[in-house]
Design a protein around this ligand. Structure first.
Ligand code: SF4
Length: 208
């Protein structure tokens, strides 16, 4: 646990001063991510928005509030999971990430996932879905679990997209309800990590 936390803190420090794409010139703060270094579940969104860029924390605006509700609906808190994005710096005006930016940023997320070694990855929105299911349509595969490189991955809509659309909201709520069973099934198949110490406290990575 301490090793994982230290690795994530070291990564966060490097991400905070990363110059690898032009978003470093327009960001207020990089947003590495936060949560439990030993989390079973990692949730991956798209990139920081206005509030995230200001506060250096992921999912702190209205979509973040909705994400908190979704987690609560399955008995989880932020401190139980790890939350991050494919892109660590805010694209100006919240435009879509460029392929070159996603490519430049990819190693940071790769290293975070290697440190946490989660059981289940939840992708939120099409950009993080594309990391595991390139060329797929989220409307077709949302809520369907598939093992990718040894980890169960569950693609879901982005909470920001679902927040104000009744049908998408019900869809993401229903997809979230599947998560406990997905995690249970994974634990049953690979029980060896069950004995790893699990502490509830979160690593709040702040770069302010
Ligand atoms: S978006 Fe990623 S690659 Fe680009 S500057 Fe920020 S941390 Fe570095």
């Amino acid at each position: 646990m301490e090793e994982q936390a230290a690795a994530l803190r070291a990564l966060a420090a490097q991400i905070g001063v990363c110059p690898k794409c032009d978003l470093s010139k327009t960001r207020t703060h990089a947003v590495p991510g936060e949560g439990n270094p030993n989390a079973d579940i990692v949730l991956i969104g798209e990139g920081p928005g206005f509030y995230e860029d200001q506060q250096a924390r992921p999912f702190v605006g209205p979509a973040g509030k909705f994400l908190d509700e979704l987690l609560a609906s399955i008995g989880l808190k932020r401190s139980d999971v790890f939350i991050c994005n494919v892109l660590k710096c805010r694209p100006p005006g919240n435009r879509d990430p460029l392929p070159s930016e996603m490519a430049a940023c990819k190693p940071w997320l790769d290293e975070q996932l290697a440190a946490i070694n989660p059981r289940v990855i939840v992708t939120l929105g099409r950009f993080s879905m594309g990391r595991y299911f390139p060329g797929q349509s989220i409307s077709r595969i949302h809520g369907q679990t598939k093992k990718v490189d040894g980890v169960m991955v569950v693609p879901m809509y982005h909470p920001a997209a679902a927040l104000h659309q009744g049908s998408l909201r019900r869809t993401i709520e229903a997809d979230f309800k599947k998560l406990p069973a997905v995690l249970q099934e994974t634990l049953k198949q690979e029980p060896e990590r069950e004995e790893a110490p699990r502490k509830p406290e979160a690593v709040q990575i702040q770069l302010l």
